[in-house]
Design a protein around this ligand. Structure first.
Ligand SMILES: Cc1cc2nc3c(=O)[nH]c(=O)nc-3n(C[C@H](O)[C@H](O)[C@H](O)COP(=O)(O)OP(=O)(O)OC[C@H]3O[C@@H](n4cnc5c(N)ncnc54)[C@H](O)[C@@H]3O)c2cc1C
Length: 396
């Protein structure tokens, strides 16, 4: 292997390049990203960075000289336009680059609001990049009215951040409750109360019919027949994996670029990692959209590019910050049939444990780092405490 090219200079791409060097790879590495910023963390974009509580220079994943010092050829503001697997080449517009190994780390893109319901009006945003935050921040001011479309983690984090900046926030969630795709009703209830107490208007089971306005958004028509005045809107209705390049090159794609346990795509010499990659988990092809997963999978793929033949074993965890509450999630809760609540030691802290039969799948720990760490250890080790012990017993 003489030249590894990585498409996508985000969390997975950056970690992969770094890991290749750490493992002693002394060939050429080209890390290509279509954004103009060196690889950075996305989580603060919907949290402290959105309202200016975190400086821009704290976002970068690595220091300014990191890539040059390791002879990683970081090409920013450069889009890969085509993969030619038969020739082992990629095209970057007019330029063509030969590779020996190729990794897709293209991430995911927010699902936009359809134009037919006002998605192309000015002041309607999605949130994925620093550029998106730069477009949103001029609208953040006390008394402005924001509509958040979608009650997943990003929508709720943005609602909390804007509320703390004295913006008047309405959040609409089409499903019967917030966090419907990702968390149990108990966790949703906790965050519903938190937001309501702080003055966020959370409307559940209410869809957006259309955004209206002359050029820029001024009003939202909702499915309950009401209208809300809106100065700007942020749409957080999920993401789609960036698979266009892979599809055009004939790679297998199913809910993302399909990879095997070692991160190999259907094409020899091409791997994928991070938000864009789907892998088998309990018989289903899933993707995990989280920083820890992007790092772990990228590092496993780096080893495999160099011939390790190592299977990736996800040990998922995730976090969300809303107001002064830290939610930490261990495991994947898909298929749970029972929730057990455990009270935390501190006021307001608690955790919800997801079981399928007697098997512990996941845990949502709310301001309870201890419960989170215990659950994570148990889940990683494949151990399940009894639900009774979880509720009020001692957990090893
Ligand atoms: C607002 C926000 C908050 C989040 N909060 C959390 C959190 O609290 N905790 C957590 O664990 N995770 C969080 N996440 C998710 C986490 O950031 C992602 O899972 C992670 O960034 C995925 O890394 P990635 O490298 O796969 O994709 P990305 O970081 O998206 O990187 C992919 C890069 O590839 C580029 N690219 C795509 N196509 C091309 C091409 N053809 N040519 C060149 N470049 C290309 C993209 O522009 C992008 O820069 C959050 C995400 C967002 C957007």
């Amino acid at each position: 292997m003489r030249h590894v090219a990585i498409i996508g200079a985000g969390q997975a791409g950056s970690n992969l390049a770094a890991k290749l060097r750490e493992l002693g790879f002394d060939g050429r590495i080209t890390l290509i990203g279509d954004e103009s910023h060196p690889p950075y963390q996305r989580p603060p974009l919907s949290k402290a960075y959105l309202t200016g509580k975190l400086a821009a220079d704290r976002l970068a994943l690595r220091g300014p000289s990191f890539y040059a010092e390791r002879c990683i050829d970081l090409r920013l503001a450069t889009k890969v336009t085509r993969i030619l697997p038969a020739d082992k080449r990629i095209e970057l517009g007019p330029e063509s680059l030969a590779y020996d190994g190729l990794v897709l780390a293209t991430g995911a893109a927010p699902i936009p609001l359809p134009e037919a319901i006002g998605g192309s009006l000015a002041n309607v945003f999605t949130l994925r990049t620093i550029g998106d935050v730069e477009a949103i921040t001029p609208h953040i001011a006390a008394g402005k009215r924001a509509l958040i479309v979608g009650g997943g983690y990003i929508g709720l984090e943005v609602a909390a951040a804007l509320n703390q900046a004295a913006v008047d926030v309405t959040l609409v969630e089409l499903q019967e409750r917030i966090l419907g795709r990702v968390a149990a009703a108990e966790t949703a209830a906790y965050f519903r109360t938190l937001h309501a107490e702080r003055g966020v208007k959370l409307l559940e089971g209410v869809g957006l019919v259309a955004l209206e306005g002359q050029g820029s958004v001024g009003k939202a028509q909702l499915s309950d027949g009401s209208f809300v005045d809106v100065d700007f809107a942020i749409v957080g209705i999920g993401v789609r994996p960036n698979v266009a390049l892979a599809e055009a090159a004939g790679l297998a794609v199913e809910n993302g670029v399909s990879v095997d346990a070692q991160g190999r795509t259907s094409e020899a010499g091409i791997w994928a990692a991070g938000d864009c990659a789907s892998f088998l988990w309990n018989g289903r092809r899933i993707r995990i959209e989280s920083v820890p997963h992007a790092i772990d999978q990228a590092e496993t793929v780096a080893a495999n590019v160099l011939g390790a033949k190592r299977d990736y074993r996800p040990r998922p965890w995730f976090w969300s910050d809303q107001f002064d509450v830290k939610l930490q999630i261990a495991g994947l809760n898909g298929g749970y049939d029972r929730i057990v609540e455990r009270k935390g030691a501190k006021p307001g802290s608690c955790s919800y444990w997801y079981f399928a039969g007697e098997t512990l799948l996941a845990c949502d720990a709310i301001n309870d780092a201890r419960a989170y760490m215990t659950a994570k250890k148990l889940i990683d080790a494949g151990r399940s405490p009894s639900p009774a012990d979880v509720a009020d017993g001692v957990l090893a």
